[in-house]
Design a protein. Structure first.
Length: 219
């Protein structure tokens, strides 16, 4: 019935046009990367549709290859706002820019200009692939932290039975192992590991008060 409903089709077309316009204004100029959380939280208010409709529109655009899952976003790493339905990091494809009236030649010229501008601004070379990888890693880590801080998380149940300092040392040790195994460029010295571990523990309601001047060494 909905396919034959001309009014629905007209409204859906308008929503898609507004959606593409939002992506054009909010995606990264060099990588095409889109903040999916921002998209889910803000755009449904801006164009006046429900979050479930946003999900369907994203699904349509991914099927049409207008949007793609970023290379380093991680298979199976999902968006926490939709119960595991969306990839964490989406990027606009060259097809998206074609729809915006920008061909490959013009797109390369614009991205070269933007890359040079960022190099001048930071007074050093700008690595677009490295920036996208870092963005994806941050998203994966945030989802991992979210899952471990839930009330029904077995990880949280196990930690609650430990003494505070044992809990802190255990988390710090495992965070270092995980970051190193993933190859993420995150500082894993003792002080940084303790700080990251305690941040995660406070989100679980299991934080430990320690002096950062003389933190306990992780086991």
């Amino acid at each position: 019935m909905r396919k034959r409903n001309l009014e629905f089709r007209a409204v859906h077309l308008r929503n898609l046009e507004n959606f593409l316009r939002w992506i054009a204004y909010n995606s990264d100029a060099v990588t095409g990367c889109i903040n999916v959380s921002l998209l889910c939280v803000e755009i449904h208010r801006e164009i006046g549709v429900s979050k479930s409709t946003i999900y369907l529109m994203i699904k349509e655009l991914v099927i049409m290859r207008v949007l793609v899952d970023a290379e380093w976003s991680g298979q199976g790493c999902q968006d926490i706002l939709h119960g595991g339905c969306l990839p964490r990091t989406l990027c606009a494809t060259p097809l998206f820019y074609e729809l915006m009236g920008i061909d490959d030649v013009e797109l390369k010229r614009l991205r070269t200009y933007e890359t040079e501008r960022r190099c001048e601004k930071k007074a050093k070379s700008y690595d677009a692939e490295g920036a996208l990888r870092q963005y994806c890693e941050n998203n994966i880590r945030r989802v991992w932290e979210h899952r471990h801080t839930q009330n029904n998380s077995s990880y949280r149940v196990k930690l609650s039975s430990m003494t505070p300092l044992s809990r802190l040392a255990y988390i710090a040790k495992n965070l270092r192992k995980r970051f190193n195994a993933k190859g993420w460029h995150i500082n894993t010295d003792d002080k940084s590991s303790i700080k990251l571990a305690n941040s995660l523990l406070y989100r679980m309601g299991l934080g430990v008060k320690v002096s950062m001047d003389a933190p306990p060494r992780p086991a």
